[in-house]
Ligand binder design. Sequence first.
Ligand code: ATP
Ligand code: MG
Length: 870
Amino acid sequence: MKSQEVRSKFLSFFEGKKHTIVPSAPMVLKDDPTLMFVNSGMAPFKEYFLGNAEPKSNRIADTQKCLRVSGKHNDLEEVGYDTYHHTLFEMLGNWSFGDYFKEEAIAWAWELLTEVYGIDKDILYVTVFEGDEGDGTEMDTEAYDYWKKHISEDRILKGNKKDNFWEMGDQGPCGPCSEIHVDIRSAEEKSKIDGKDLVNMDHPQVVEIWNLVFMQYNRKANGSLETLPNKHIDTGMGFERLCMVLQGVQSNYDTDVFTPLIREIETITGKDYDKNEKVDIAIRVISDHVRAVAFSIADGQLPSNTGAGYVIRRILRRAVRYGFTFLDKKEPFIYRLVDVLSKKMGKAFPELKSQKQLIENVIKEEEQSFLRTLEQGLILLNRIVEEAKGDTVSGEKAFELYDTYGFPIDLTSLILGEKGLKLDEEGFNKELQKQKDRSRAASEMSTDDWTVLEDDAEQEFIGYDALEANVKITRYRKVTSKKEGDMYQLVFNLTPFYAEGGGQVGDKGYLENSRGDVVYILDTKKENNVIIHFTKNLPKDLNQTFKAAVDVKQRYRTECNHTATHLLHQALREILGTHVEQKGSAVHSKYLRFDFSHFSKLTVDELRDVENFVNARIDGKLPLEEKRNIPMEEAVAEGAMALFGEKYGDTVRAIRFGQSIELCGGTHVKNTSDIWHFKIVSEGAVAAGIRRIEAITNDAVKDFYHENNRAYFEMKDLLNNAKEPVKALQSLQDENASLRKQIEALLKDKAKHIKGELKGELIDVNGVQFLAKKVDLDAAGIKDVAFELGSQFDNLFLLLGAEQKGKALLSCYISKALVTDKDLNAGQVVRELGKFIQGGGGGQPFFATAGGKKPEGIEEALREAKAYLN
Ligand code: ATP
Ligand code: MG
């Protein structure tokens, strides 16, 4: 059965059981502080399990893109080594929100697997939860009894909390689960060891394919469980694993989900799959990772240096490095797999098709830049190897290479191994641990349970129409982190505060009680569809009614920037072309930032045209036309554009200013004339084919012009009120350049003179031409003198000190012959003598320089130099 059919059979089966079929949610989460990527089918439905929102149907089924590369579920290091864990995989799932429970979930799973897919009952095992003393939970006899109706009891196994109790995170909805495992070993293997004994034992042919989770508890902050009022079903079946079973193969990589990619890798690299274990691992890693990276980019998440972007970058780099080391690919090639991938999966996931070009460009550029890093790393590593004493390379050095240059540690030890050297792994791990501790300490956070004051599930947002309201606090909790200290999170029955989302920052403002006591609201964010207000202090008399007021000025400035962002988007598509797509947007009160796909730098003329386009619409006084709850199809028919990677409901909000129409949940000015003026302050590249514009509006533009004006008059003043300041500046620059030339010539003369002097002062110490002296030269001058003298002798030991602008400098030159014959090292000399000037430095064995804070120590350092020749 082809994978396409496997997927569609699942969906139509549950459609037949009255489930609503929904598309996969985006995999990269944009506005969820607790999770970076969707890591299971249930993640997009969290708000329903928590009771914060009503599902549109209480039976849902779908296939969901999942990524398990960070946080609680992280399979990254397994991927490639085994044959059934991926970074990105599809999870087929069916859900009941307070509707059917264990009986139906079990019966339907069985029906689908054995009757629809026709899987032989004799290769299936199921597990049930055995109970846990610590949690005070009993064995799940309910599930056991339902299973008994379908499968013989010797195939129902009991499992512990680790395998059979599913939790979303440290807190939140959770419950016992039943897993379904398959045993796809040969008859011969089966006769040797009973399949029962291999379930949950990491055997590659006895694997879990489906997990049925029975959500019946909520885990509280103190670790205890409470029973949920509504019980839910959450199931997840690994699509690639199911394909493996139905296609009668022994590895996910031998299914038609992966074979086209693997064939392409073979063609490009000239290496064969299934011949050599190391090569196989590399091919699996690459065929897996290209999927994860391509899907993320299509979802709008580009590789970067922070957060989700950094995770994506690391996945891609892992793939590059396996290609580099085991497939001998020293030039970019992974981007060439995108074509095959989009042909294979483009039907189910059209974003792969429409964004193909962009995905290829971004991957190619990332590959190029990481390959450069690898090359540089190799040079540095060679130097480390040259300087190594004995047969072990220090863990600190390897860590520096890893941390500063991103050079992978396994590659370091591999190369060292080839050269007969060892890596001090313990030292490396120590450094790594130190770094981890530092970042953990910085991000450690504890979250208390909510204290509920009033039961009110339906919180209302009124901030499109009002900036002030009388509100009641319905619940609150304390959150403690190292960075922010204690903070409180408050939820109201209704709120005018806009929560960070769609690129727009959250509102600030205050809460005031009837006596005039004020508590400031520092930020507003959404978590699982609940609007949360952040305060430093808890208001007194929590049960009172409060006035909640949004900071009007900040909101207004933010709105100017948000509306301007829409106009900018329109301008770019109009002026540059419709290939321009939004790739990221940040709307602050002080500025706006907009990332978009475009292949080249904007010219000065284009930038001016864009500014003029936007300003013409500001001058045109276009009114805001808002449609708050219209069906998605209607908005699209009017010309609104849906963005990939955004999660839209069935009804959407459409924002229109003239011809600009966008689906948008943000807040806007009532009329474009409110923006006053729009000004681009920078334009640049963020990645291959992605440009970034930063711009300002309104007050910020006024400040910008005032500031420029002030700088202009100050400059003019400095130029003695020159009539033409630009010309005056130009002539100053010319004069400066010619003076610099003269000085350089004079310094050269001086150095020559000093060189002559120094040559006369050399003394013979044990057959070495030696001199240690303080000179009046800068670092470059010293280097010149040392190298010139060095070219005249082959047994020179020179230590020169100098004082420059209150700082100390020590440079040491040792002829190469002495370096080898007498085991001298200039780097070591300046490092050791550096202590006299309270400084440090280094360089090569024949020339090195140290800088320090204590010029008074120079003489002492010079006195010590002779000792090296004894
Ligand atoms: P395993 O023990 O095999 O890692 P799991 O217990 O982590 O599985 P669940 O979290 O229950 O798995 O996820 C539900 C289903 O998703 C599993 O039964 C499996 O078929 C599939 N699955 C889980 N992790 C992966 C992965 N990394 N790659 C592919 N499929 C996966
Ligand atoms: Mg797992």
